[in-house]
Design a protein around this ligand. Structure first.
Ligand code: CTP
Ligand code: MG
Length: 218
């Protein structure tokens, strides 16, 4: 079975609203329900990771076929709490703030999934990125860069192994595949270009764009 750890336990501080950004609505539907409905259409096991603050609200929505668990202070802690509740052999970890992940991307993941390998979805980098080097910035070659996206996929066993190692070392990362890069460099990572609409809804301008995309998103 395939399981999804769908993350919504953040606060959405950069959105500057008085509620969690993924509870903001587009077409009378909260943002987190867009990826939720997409994943539900596949009969995956869904573990929805919510904050303590949002737990009552989300529970009262009486979502079918969804297991709700409480997240942690960091994204990594939220993922780990989700993973502990997974029963499937293979896991897709997804940021609900990437509300408009499409089925074509998910289908590519399903075709490539292998319990002994991992998958990183990514988006192309549009900007020229510079990295600080002492008191100067130096320019990176854009063609060599990708922006890590989600879903990030691997077997439950592998994700639990690297998350447990990270916990012992107090190592915190902002994505999941980087833990596999660090602790299991022997594992092959496959890269899949995600659909453009699956950008992470982060700031007020992103929400304006989400309202436009959401109207046509099926
Ligand atoms: N997330 C989570 N638990 C946390 C922090 C983040 O489940 N402790 C989730 C968010 O709900 C989001 C995803 O991880 O779907 C990516 O995080 P981000 O876009 O940074 O969302 P927030 O942390 O909520 O936003 P901000 O950083 O602006 O506060
Ligand atoms: Mg955050």
């Amino acid at each position: 079975m395939v399981s999804v750890v769908l993350l919504m336990a953040g606060k959405g501080q950069r959105m500057k609203k008085d509620i969690n950004k993924v509870l903001l609505e587009v077409d009378n539907k909260p943002l987190f329900e867009y990826p939720l409905d997409t994943f539900l259409s596949y009969n995956f096991e869904i573990i929805l990771v919510v904050s303590k603050e949002d737990f009552d609200y989300v529970s009262n929505l009486n979502l079918n076929n969804v297991k709700i668990v409480i997240g942690g202070k960091t994204r990594g802690e939220s993922v780990y709490n989700g993973l502990k509740n997974v029963t499937g052999d293979y896991v897709l970890i997804h940021d609900s703030a990437r509300a408009f992940i499409d089925k074509a991307t998910i289908n590519k993941i399903l075709e490539l999934k292998d319990n002994n390998e991992a998958i990183l979805t990514y988006l192309n980098v549009k900007d020229t990125i510079k990295i600080k080097n002492d008191d100067k910035y130096v320019t990176l070659k854009r063609d060599d860069l990708i922006a890590a996206s989600t879903p990030q996929c691997a077997s439950r066993k592998l994700f639990l192994e690297v998350y447990e190692k990270a916990k012992i070392e107090n190592f915190s990362a902002t994505d999941d595949i980087s833990l596999i890069e660090k602790y299991r460099p022997d594992i092959k990572i496959n890269y899949i270009l995600a659909n453009d609409e699956s950008f992470k809804i982060t700031t007020p301008i992103d929400y304006e764009l989400a309202k436009i995309i959401g109207r046509n998103f099926k």
